[in-house]
Design a protein around this ligand. Structure first.
Ligand code: AMP
Ligand code: MG
Length: 343
């Protein structure tokens, strides 16, 4: 992988995400999948806190001045009722970095409260927490943003069996290594202008990622969220019907969807939020966007507008997401427009 001037940042991001993904998987296997509700009623687990602390530890070590904009903060763990959760998260992180103590872990988690700057990192320690709890897909997603553009994206997918699992549509699989049951998990990554790659979580054998070559919307393999609460299903169905898509969509949590699109295992990802006012968080799209773009695909919002990573912690200017192999993109934007007008 030739990653130009960012090789130092890229190596740290890869190591941090790999460690985080392996830790999340270990927590799911051994500590169970207990989740708690945050004030906004979204779920959070010990893994969310432990992985955020671990990734923040590696980033702080290597780039102490870089702000981190991340999903979690330590407020709930600093409260007396959060003592048990803090102890569990601390025990998990100390399996990887033994000399951390509780106060350092709280501070590391709270590094994620920083505001975006000219150069910063954005992290979702467990993207798809619902999938993590349900036993389905989830990822660790980390991106570096420089002057409002994603420069590096890394996604660790501990539960993904294949980067191209959806080959029923007839295209040959991406020739990546077969994995046995104990060795599942992928890491996908990209550097702007340099390419996108994936490797097993367990080795360093990276292969380039390329999107599919599907040209016919009717033959498109479409991905969408599992969680009914995250989508406007009627509008989603109207879009795929307008496109004439023949095969039912595949439901998958998290930016695992983005990795699969980048690997050519599906052709389209359509994210229609439940309400028109909903805005995605930057960490839910940044890493996935770059990996798809560098694999030859395109990512915009539902109106065909580029995602704007310069508006703070939210994609304030963007409604939903369309990610595609590039060839199909304009057809999906057109179908979204006409399906929306009919509603
Ligand atoms: P997915 O599995 O693709 O739906 O993506 C999971 C992400 O959706 C989580 O990390 C949340 O940040 C985000 N999310 C949470 N609530 C909503 C919502 N109401 N609508 C859309 N996305 C949401
Ligand atoms: Mg998320």
């Amino acid at each position: 992988m030739n990653v130009g001037p960012w090789h130092g940042e890229f190596d740290v991001a890869l190591a941090a995400v790999r460690d985080g993904a392996l830790l999340a998987r270990q927590i799911r296997r051994h500590t169970g999948e207990t989740s708690f509700l945050k004030p906004d009623q979204s779920p959070v687990t010990i893994a969310d806190f432990a992985v955020q602390a671990l990734v923040a530890h590696w980033l702080s070590d290597a780039f102490p001045d870089d702000p981190i904009v991340a999903e979690e903060d330590a407020a709930a763990l600093r409260a007396p009722t959060g003592q048990g959760t803090l102890e569990s998260a601390l025990a998990a992180v100390r399996r990887v970095v033994p000399d951390l103590d509780a106060s350092r872990v709280l501070d590391l988690i709270d590094r994620g409260r920083a505001a975006p700057a000219e150069r910063f990192w954005t992290l979702d320690p467990v993207d798809g927490t619902e999938g993590f709890v349900r036993g389905d897909q989830y990822v660790v997603a980390l991106a570096m943003i420089v002057r409002q553009q994603v420069a590096i994206g890394v996604i660790g997918c501990p539960a993904l069996h294949s980067i191209a699992p959806l080959n029923a549509g007839g295209e040959p699989p991406v020739p990546l290594i077969e994995q046995d049951a104990n060795q599942i998990g992928w890491i996908a990554c990209a550097v702007r202008g340099c390419g996108a790659w994936a490797a097993s979580l367990h080795d360093q054998a990276f292969s380039p990622l390329h999107v599919s070559t599907c040209r016919d919307p009717r033959a498109a393999r479409v991905l969408r969220s599992v969680e009914a609460a995250h989508i406007d299903l009627a509008r989603f169905n109207a879009i795929v019907e307008t496109l004439g898509v023949q095969t039912p969509p595949v439901l998958m949590d998290s930016q695992a969807k983005h990795a699969v699109i980048a690997g050519g295992g599906a052709d389209l990802l359509i994210r229609v939020p439940a309400t028109k006012a909903f805005r995605d968080k930057i960490w839910d799209q940044a890493a996935g966007l770059l990996i798809i773009e560098e694999a030859g695909g395109r990512v915009t919002d539902l109106n065909g507008v580029p995602l704007d990573f310069g508006a703070g912690r939210l994609l304030t200017g963007n409604e939903g997401v369309i990610a595609s192999n590039g060839v199909l993109h304009d057809a999906v934007v057109d179908a979204t427009r006409s399906a929306t007008m009919k509603q």
